[in-house]
Design a protein around this ligand. Structure first.
Ligand SMILES: Cc1ncc(COP(=O)(O)O)c(C=O)c1O
Length: 370
C-alpha cells in the first residue's frame, strides 16, 4: 500500500471469532451465556436525554471508585477504566514500551499481544509453555521491557500457580501485566499484587463474568504513579456514558456475577468430563472455556467444520500446538447438550460396529477403537 507505514506491511490484523447472525449455538468467543445483572439494564434504560447530550466523565471516576473499593484499594487513583481490556492492552504498550523494545509472553496465548506488539514496532518474544501448558523456567530468564502473563491463560484455560506468578513478578525487571480476563472462573487471583509489587498491573474485563462484552469495559489496577502514566496516554473520553453506567451497576451487583460464574463453572465440569469420555484430552480449565485436544479421525479441523454446518460455532486456531484442538466456550446446559449430541455423532460415526453381544459394549471399549 503506497501510503501505508512500512511497519504495517507485514502485520496481519487481529482476527476475532466470528459473530454469525441468525439462530446458532455460539461457543466461539467466550461470551457469558447468561444475561447481565438486571441492575445493568435498569441503569441503561434510565440514561436521560439530557445526559446523552453532554460529554461523559472523562476519567470515569464513580466507576473507578467502585472498582477500587470492590478490589480492596484505597481510592480511584489505583484504577483506570478502558474501552474493553483490549484498549488497555494497547495503552499499556504505548505507555511503557518504545519501538524496538521486547515484549514477552508465553506461547500459546492470546494472539492480540503479538499483533499489538507488531503494530507498535516492538519485538515479540514468545516462550513455549511446557507440555502441561505451565510456565517454563526459560520464561523467568528472558529479559524484556514488558511481559503479558494471562492467568488463566487463553486458549488453554490453564491457571499457573499463584506462587509461580509471584516469583516471576519478583524477578522480572520490566512491567508485568497479569491478564485476569477469566479469573472469576478460577479459584484464586492476583489482585493484591499491585499493592505488593511496583511493576505489576492487573487487568480485568467485564466481557466474561459480568456478561458485558457488548458494552466494552475493562479495568487495570496498579500503583497510582503507574495509573498516572496511563492517564496521560488514553483518549480524553475513552469510556462512553452508557458503558460507565453499566459497569457501575455491574460492579455494585457483585453477587449476581459470582452466581453467574458458578453456574458456568458447574457446566464446565460436566462439559470437560463428557469430552474426556469421548476421548478428547482436556486440560483442567479455570476459565469459561475448555481446550479439547483431539488426535483422532475426523481431524479437529473437520470436527470444527462439521459443527459449524450444524450451526454450532466453536473456535479452531490453525497454529502450532493448537492444530489438533478446539476451544469451546461453556454455554448454557442446553447448548452444551446440543454440542455433545452433535459431537457424539461426529466422533463415533466412523467407529467399527460394537463388539459381539458376549463382549462388553461399554463406552470405554468403543473409545479404544479411536
Ligand atoms: C486473554 C484475554 N485478554 C483480554 C481479552 C479482551 O477482553 P475485552 O473484551 O475486555 O477487550 C480477551 C478477550 O477475549 C482475552 O481472551
Amino acid at each position: 500500500m503506497k501510503y501505508g507505514r512500512a511497519i504495517l506491511a507485514d502485520v496481519v490484523g487481529y482476527v476475532p471469532g466470528e459473530q454469525p447472525s441468525g439462530t446458532v449455538i455460539k461457543l466461539n468467543t467466550n461470551e457469558n451465556p447468561y444475561p447481565p445483572s438486571p441492575r445493568v439494564l435498569d441503569a441503561l434504560w434510565s440514561l436521560a436525554a439530557e445526559n446523552v447530550r453532554k460529554y461523559p466523565d472523562p476519567v470515569s471516576l464513580r466507576l473507578r471508585q467502585a472498582c477500587a473499593q470492590r478490589y480492596g484499594y484505597e481510592n480511584a487513583d489505583w484504577v483506570i477504566a478502558g474501552n474493553g481490556m483490549d484498549e488497555l492492552l494497547s495503552l499499556v504498550i504505548r505507555t511503557f514500551v518504545d519501538p524496538g523494545d521486547t515484549i514477552l509472553s508465553p506461547y500459546p496465548t492470546y494472539t492480540l499481544y503479538e499483533t499489538l506488539s507488531a503494530l507498535h514496532g516492538a519485538k515479540y518474544a514468545a516462550v513455549d509453555l511446557d507440555e502441561n501448558f505451565q510456565l517454563p523456567e526459560s520464561l523467568f530468564s528472558t529479559p524484556a521491557k514488558l511481559c503479558f502473563l494471562p492467568r488463566p491463560n487463553a486458549p488453554t484455560g490453564v491457571c499457573a500457580p499463584r506462587e509461580a506468578v509471584e516469583r516471576f513478578c519478583k524477578t522480572f525487571a520490566g512491567i508485568v501485566v497479569i491478564d485476569e480476563a477469566y479469573v472469576d472462573f478460577a479459584d484464586d487471583n492476583c489482585m493484591d499484587f499491585p499493592q505488593r509489587f511496583e511493576n505489576v498491573i492487573v487487568m480485568r474485563t467485564f466481557s466474561k463474568s459480568f456478561s458485558l462484552a457488548g458494552m466494552r469495559l475493562g479495568i487495570a489496577v496498579a500503583r497510582p504513579e503507574v495509573i498516572a502514566e496511563f492517564m496521560k496516554v488514553k483518549d480524553s473520553y475513552n469510556l462512553n456514558l452508557a458503558t460507565q453506567a453499566a459497569g457501575l451497576a455491574a460492579i455494585e451487583d457483585y453477587d449476581y456475577m459470582l452466581n453467574s460464574a458458578s453456574r458456568v463453572k458447574a457446566t464446565r465440569s460436566r462439559l470437560s468430563a463428557a469430552l474426556r469420555d469421548f476421548g478428547f484430552t482436556v486440560p483442567k480449565s479455570d476459565s469459561n472455556f475448555v481446550l479439547a485436544q483431539w488426535n483422532g479421525t475426523p481431524s479437529a479441523r473437520e470436527i470444527f467444520e462439521r459443527l459449524k454446518a450444524d450451526s454450532i460455532y466453536v473456535r479452531y486456531f490453525k497454529v502450532r500446538r493448537l492444530e489438533n484442538a478446539l476451544r469451546i466456550t461453556v454455554g448454557t446446559d442446553s447448548e452444551v447438550d446440543a454440542l455433545l449430541d452433535a459431537l457424539r455423532t461426529i466422533v463415533y460415526e466412523k467407529k467399527p460396529q460394537p463388539p459381539a453381544p458376549e463382549s462388553s459394549t461399554s463406552f470405554e471399549s468403543l473409545q479404544e477403537d479411536s
